[in-house]
Design a protein around this ligand. Structure first.
Ligand code: ATP
Length: 639
């Protein structure tokens, strides 16, 4: 009967690829499979605990959640059983035939882009949790017997991990009363996991993150003995928790296997009562820049897991992995309503305050440790400068920048302001796509000559906060690629005197008129510049409107109907400008036009843009080069 109703299904292509890797894996830390299975069992118990709030009959009189690991040397099986929520037929196909978790998806993406072979793939396994599928590292067949809580149907899922799995109905007398048994038929080379001491060691090592008790049955028919109580780690006093337990908890919570850069654990007892256990990861999570910008905090109410992906912090702190367990939030509401309640909002605010305070404390007491956090998450924290004006001052204190005085990205605003030049009243910055290119921008020349420090802002969010923040310590932020430079009042550094003679003002004025006519559709103005000392020209955004970088970002996202035309600033003391000015009215108009366009396109190139028209640019350059090479040759008599 059962065999007749068995249905075979193919794994999703991605799963097959993953399984193939698992089946052939010689990954040395394959112990992780047990952690993953126990963690799934605990998740299933937590899900049922939550469902039972609204429907207590699902749990009935068996409210003692338990994970039981049974070893059977004779049949060479290791079974992980839980009395949690269980799976329906649909759950089985959905959850165990596709890629359910985003961590596994990220693992595969990385595998496709970076690690084409198995050896490199092996290194990646350790960085991402692979979940259930990791069990195929140690098993050549897996059977899952499961019955969903409240259902009178049970199923058997079975697979050897080679492309297909089958699902068949399972007689109720052979199925768990509720929950799931994952039966691993261990590979010959994985017999070690049937040794009770080995299994016990792994289970104890990974148990600190598991909120459900774990029992071990050393051989079929023997009494289970409890290894752990399953008490939630955050409920214990700090003094009773080891570093390793914290780290283990962090690994399970984040699905990331580095060491946390900062661990915070506190209990709030004021207006609301709640406990927080939070970690700043030691490296960037794969989804840090996902457009959803969702937090992945776990919200518990009186130890019942309400949501595993709650937004417990503002999105600019979304890299913090945390658990909040509240004693005050109501349990008789839906998880959506709980997260819309004023108590939730108030807890969220208080947690954000505390995390920010702790970051500030770290910045003061251990700047080096804080520097590492900033290097990983500074680009996200800076989103707070734009989105959370109330916290701007605190964030300004934390923020570190790359500047012309510090290319390593460690400059604070306080240090910047302490080093202002005489008569300098603004904090200058230049926005762009990467700090190295920015450091070579012609716009910086006049600032360098005066020893004025310029912040080099290369994160996309910079263009936003810097244009909305009023300033720091009473000094406004000013883009050096927008509006007039106003730096004449700041003295030049010694040895940087302006020596080069400028052309007569009438000649210069005629040149500017000609340039404006020639470039009419591409620039809003042509004028003399203070900010150039070596280059002939640069582009500047008009005084009012957006910074050029912000404009580019908005245009890329279709948020700008019409880009504004830049101002072309000319260095009057550059020899090219002087020579051009001398030729206006005398030289061949077409030849002058070529040079004017080349000067303009060169300024665009230095700004990270393309010439207006690549073919025109190439033709002009060729004409000018031909002339430059041909003319002296014509003048030189043949030898
Ligand atoms: N013991 C179990 N009881 C009920 N459902 C389970 C059990 N084991 C696995 N599942 C289901 O299979 C899915 C896939 O499990 P897998 O370990 O691959 O990822 P995951 O547990 O969802 O990942 P994460 O650890 O990120 O939550 C789970 O989301 C769950 O729906």
């Amino acid at each position: 009967m059962e065999a007749a109703a068995s249905q075979s299904h193919a794994f999703q292509a991605d799963v097959s690829r993953l399984l193939d890797l698992m089946v052939h894996s010689v990954y040395s830390e394959r112990d992780i499979f047990l952690r993953e299975l126990v963690s799934n069992g605990a998740d299933a118990c937590e899900k049922l605990r939550y469902e039972a709030l609204a429907n207590p009959a699902l749990v009935g009189d068996d409210s003692n959640f338990l994970i039981t690991v049974t070893l059977d040397k004779e049949s060479k099986t290791l079974t992980v059983a839980d009395n949690g929520i269980g799976m329906s037929q649909e759950d089985l196909t959905q959850a165990l035939g596709t890629i359910a978790r985003s961590g596994t998806r990220a693992f595969l993406d990385r595998l496709n882009t970076e690690a084409k072979d198995d050896a490199a793939g092996k290194d990646l396994i350790g960085q991402f949790g692979i979940g259930f599928y990791s069990a195929f590292m140690v098993a050549d067949r897996i059977d899952i017997e499961t019955r969903k809580a409240g259902s009178d149907e049970a199923f058997l899922w079975s697979s050897d991990g080679k492309g297909t799995f089958s699902i068949a109905p399972l007689a109720l007398d052979k199925a768990p009363v509720r929950g799931t048994r994952v039966i691993l038929h261990l590979k010959e080379a994985a017999g070690e996991y049937l040794e009770p001491s080995r299994a016990e060691h792994i289970l104890r090592e990974h148990s600190s993150a598991i909120t459900v008790p774990i029992a071990l049955v050393e051989a079929p028919g023997q009494e289970p003995h409890k290894l752990t109580e399953g008490s939630a780690l955050w409920t214990k006093p700090k003094s009773a928790i080891t570093e390793q337990e914290y780290a283990e908890f962090y690994h399970d919570l984040s699905g990331q296997f580095d060491e946390p850069a900062l661990t915070l654990h506190w209990r709030a007892e004021g207006r609301h009562e709640y406990t927080v256990l939070a970690f700043v990861p030691g490296s960037r999570p794969f989804d840090l820049f996902d457009s959803s910008r969702k937090g992945r905090g776990k919200l518990y109410v009186r130890h019942v897991l309400i949501a595993a992906d709650a937004d417990l912090l503002p999105s600019w702190l979304r890299f913090v992995r945390l658990v909040v367990d509240s004693a005050d939030l109501p349990l008789n509401m839906s998880r959506e309503l709980i997260q819309q309640s004023p108590v939730f909002a108030s807890i969220k605010k208080a947690v954000a305050n505390r995390v920010t305070q702790e970051l500030t404390k770290l910045e003061e007491t251990d700047p080096e440790a804080f520097g590492k956090i900033w290097a990983n998450f500074g680009a996200v924290l800076k989103e707070g400068l734009y989105e959370d004006p109330e916290r701007r001052d605190v964030l300004f204190k934390l923020a570190r920048f790359t500047s012309t005085a510090d290319l390593d990205g460690k400059r604070t605003l306080a240090a910047y302001v302490a080093a202002l030049r005489p008569n300098q009243t603004a904090i200058y910055y230049l926005n762009g796509d990467d700090a190295k290119t920015l450091a070579a921008s012609p716009q910086l020349e006049g600032f360098r000559a005066r020893g004025i420090e310029v912040l080099l802002l290369a994160d996309p969010i910079d263009a936003f906060w810097v244009s909305s923040a009023a300033g720091y310590d009473g000094k406004p932020f000013k883009s050096i690629s927008q509006g007039a430079a106003d730096i004449k009042a700041i003295p030049l550094l010694e040895g940087k005197e302006e020596t080069a003679a400028e052309p007569p003002s009438a000649a210069l004025a005629s040149l500017f008129v000609l340039m404006k006519q020639e470039l009419a559709d591409s620039v809003s103005d042509v004028r003399a510049s203070d900010r150039l000392s070596e280059s002939p020209a640069c582009l500047i955004a008009p005084e009012h409107g957006f910074d050029r970088r912000l404009e580019r970002i908005l245009a890329e996202h279709g948020q700008l109907r019409e880009a504004s035309k830049p101002v072309l600033e000319i260095n009057p003391s550059h020899p090219l400008v002087a020579a051009l000015a001398a030729q206006v009215g005398h030289a061949d108009k077409a030849a002058l036009a070529d040079i004017i366009w080349l000067v303009f396109d060169e300024a665009r190139l230095l700004d990270g843009e393309k010439p207006v028209n690549a073919a025109d640019f190439a033709a002009r350059l060729t004409r000018v080069l031909t002339k430059a090479v041909a003319e002296p040759a014509a003048k030189t008599p043949a030898a």
